[in-house]
Design a protein around this ligand. Structure first.
Ligand code: PLP
Length: 423
């Protein structure tokens, strides 16, 4: 992909046609699939059982008996669904979640809304107002959508690259200084799994009076604070402890840093959050439309988040140790095969771009035959140079599941389907 920066015209994000959907479906039954049954981390599509390496349920909370039981009890107490937008009424579960989340993150305060998409489409434009928004080139599509919406409301939209803080500084210097400037990027990147150099980027933003807005959908619950002992890890893995997300992991502060995260990955519940000072939280209650106008998260999800905090306190670091061990097995196998992945930080998000010219359909067929289900990254959903697939590990996978994945990767490598390690 070309490394264009500056004013951004997001033409790559036009609505795809239904022909394209048909072409995706024709490539593999892994697209737009109907899942008939779940058994642990295995799923059934038609009569074909596969191990699910596309699940974002990193801690395995979706299958945890303690969390399922807590959700069932809450539904009996509160009914299935709160009937109010948050501005009207909040079941007690909401303030309890925000209090515990704020403590976990070590943030000044926090506000929860149903999804991260809601937050990017409402909180981000409210923060940017008529100023400038700088979206990192590999940021998640939903951040671009929030930036595009802000642009529609009168903001300027720019694009920059995380590996080039000087480019960011140049863009910040050229933008109007008397209006808000908000710099956005992924925490743990949703495709590469890599962790950005937050201290460096936060320093650039602070120098230019900009706000740093970080979406750590894939990091919350997985990476967390580090104890500073020698290897800089903590909890026996490079993830650190408590799963309290990228700001704490990078030993950064929340000064002019807004952290966004979600419970729908590691915590397996439909809820998301933005960590902000209390005064801004109060402003957002009127400035962010989903707080006023959108339906709430289901009761089971709210209760699952609270039970998830308990499990995180009692067993979270153990689950993260399992997650890291299984991830490390896959990464070690890729190293043995001399296969390239951009993953540098051993997070459970492993992107595998295909060799130039290798057909994604052939790779998907081989994975299907091996009973391995992945997230396929097909053109035009990604640029041609990034066609491939992503595998994700969770604490609910077993060593046998990893053996099955590694066997499929061995065969793909033997067909030269995967890119060789860069020397
Ligand atoms: C980095 C990132 N941000 C946002 C989202 C969307 O989150 P939500 O489903 O809570 O809107 C995703 C989902 O995959 C994601 O990976």
């Amino acid at each position: 992909m070309t490394k264009a920066s500056g004013v951004h015209t997001p033409d790559a994000h036009r609505v795809p046609s239904t022909d394209q959907l048909d072409r995706l479906r024709a490539q593999t039954p892994m697209y737009d699939a109907v899942i008939e049954e779940v058994d642990g981390r295995r799923i059934r599509i038609g009569d074909h059982w596969l191990v699910d390496f596309a699940s974002c349920n990193y801690l395995g909370f979706d299958l945890d008996p303690e969390i399922i039981a807590a959700g069932e009890a809450a539904v009996r107490r509160w009914g299935t669904h709160p009937g109010w937008s948050r501005l009207l009424g909040n079941p007690r579960l909401y303030p309890d979640i925000e209090e515990r989340l704020t403590e976990l993150l070590g943030a000044p305060d926090s506000l929860v809304l149903p999804t991260i998409t809601h937050i990017h489409m409402s909180v981000l434009p409210a923060l940017v107002d008529s100023g400038s928004v700088f979206v990192e080139a590999s940021a998640h599509k939903t951040i671009y959508d929030g930036g595009s919406y802000a642009r529609g409301l009168g903001a300027q939209l720019y694009r920059w690259h995380a590996d080039d803080p000087d480019e960011l500084a140049r863009l910040l210097r050229s933008a109007a200084a008397d209006r808000p400037r908000v710099v956005c990027l992924d925490g743990v990147n949703s495709m590469t799994g890599n962790i950005p150099d937050l201290p460096r980027l936060a320093a650039v933003c602070r120098e230019w009076g900009a706000l740093l807005y970080v979406d750590d959908a894939h990091g919350f619950g997985v990476i967390g604070e580090r104890d500073g002992t020698g290897d800089g890890a903590g909890g026996g893995t490079p993830y650190g402890t408590r799963g309290n997300a990228v700001v704490r992991h990078c030993a950064e502060t929340y000064d002019d840093v807004v952290l966004v995260g979600g419970f729908s990955k590691a915590y397996s519940a439909l809820l998301a959050f933005v960590a902000v000072p209390t005064a801004l939280k109060e402003e957002l209650k009127l400035a962010a439309p989903p707080y006023l106008y959108s339906g709430p998260s289901p009761v089971h999800s709210l209760a699952a988040v609270l039970a998830g905090f308990d499990v995180n306190d009692s067993r979270g670091d153990e689950l993260r140790a399992t997650l890291h061990r299984l991830t490390a097995r896959v990464l070690a196998h890729l190293r043995e095969l001399r296969v390239h992945t951009p993953n540098r930080h051993a997070t459970p998000v492993i992107e595998l771009p295909l060799s130039a010219g290798y057909d994604l359909k052939d790779a998907a067929d081989l994975l299907w035959r091996h009973g391995v289900y992945v997230t396929l990254a097909a053109y035009p959903l990604v640029p041609r140079g990034q066609v491939g697939f992503r595998v994700q590990l969770t604490a609910a996978h077993t060593d046998e599941h990893v053996d099955q994945l590694n066997a499929a990767l061995t065969e793909l490598a033997a067909h030269n389907a995967l890119r060789p390690t860069l020397l």
